[in-house]
Design a protein around this ligand. Structure first.
Ligand SMILES: Cc1cc2nc3c(=O)[nH]c(=O)nc-3n(C[C@H](O)[C@H](O)[C@H](O)COP(=O)(O)O)c2cc1C
Length: 178
């Protein structure tokens, strides 16, 4: 099985990154094929609602680094969406990325794939309700199966290192992915 982790935080080695690594290590322990992509390294333009992706071969017309990310998504069996909570939503970069999933509404190429979310937040899980719902509804719209979430209370960079229980929870979620 192929598992792709998407880091939607600007902080390499931060909480989102560490939690995604824990999920991927867990999944890797089960002999799965794991991969990670840092969204802040990618040039992702905003969707301009040109409707080009509704035509013929359902391709996005924008020319940017989504060209490399689309095949990764299509090859993955499980996609881990990681973003810190920013103003009760995702980071801007993760939102740009999600908007660019529009071609999959028409092509249905993400249908049946599993989705996991990873969200650290200074205020903790309660503050993540709107963001969790956004992901839940979006996965449903894309025909994806929402199979797990890690909501961690953490604010400082790499603070989750001091919370082995949440890293274990992330590792175990990865291990359970089938
Ligand atoms: C612009 C910005 C907005 C934020 N908004 C929230 C928020 O609404 N609620 C919250 O609990 N934490 C908020 N935070 C804190 C981050 O979610 C928290 O520091 C998180 O652990 C960062 O994860 P990272 O290390 O993966 O980047 C915000 C941080 C930034 C920089």
């Amino acid at each position: 099985m192929k598992i792709l982790g998407l880091v939607g935080s600007p902080r390499r080695g931060g909480n989102t990154d560490l939690l995604i690594s824990a999920v991927l290590y867990g999944a890797g322990a089960g002999n799965n094929d794991i991969d990670k992509a840092y969204l802040y390294d990618a040039d992702i333009m905003p969707c301009v609602d040109c409707r080009g992706c509704k035509k013929e071969n359902f391709q996005c017309t924008l020319k940017d680094d989504m060209k490399q990310l689309y095949p990764k998504l299509e090859e993955a069996d499980v996609i881990v969406f990681g973003t810190p909570l920013y103003w009760y939503g995702s980071t801007g970069k993760m939102k740009l990325f999600i908007d660019r999933l529009r071609p999959y509404v028409a092509s249905g190429k993400l249908k049946g794939k599993k989705a996991v979310i990873v969200v650290p937040a200074e205020e903790g899980a309660e503050a993540c309700n709107c963001l969790v719902q956004m992901f839940e509804l979006s996965f449903k719209y894309l025909g994806m199966e929402f199979v797990g979430k890690i909501l961690a209370k953490a604010g400082e960079k790499a603070e989750v290192k001091g919370h082995p229980e949440v890293l274990d929870e992330a590792f175990n979620l990865g291990k359970e992915l089938k």
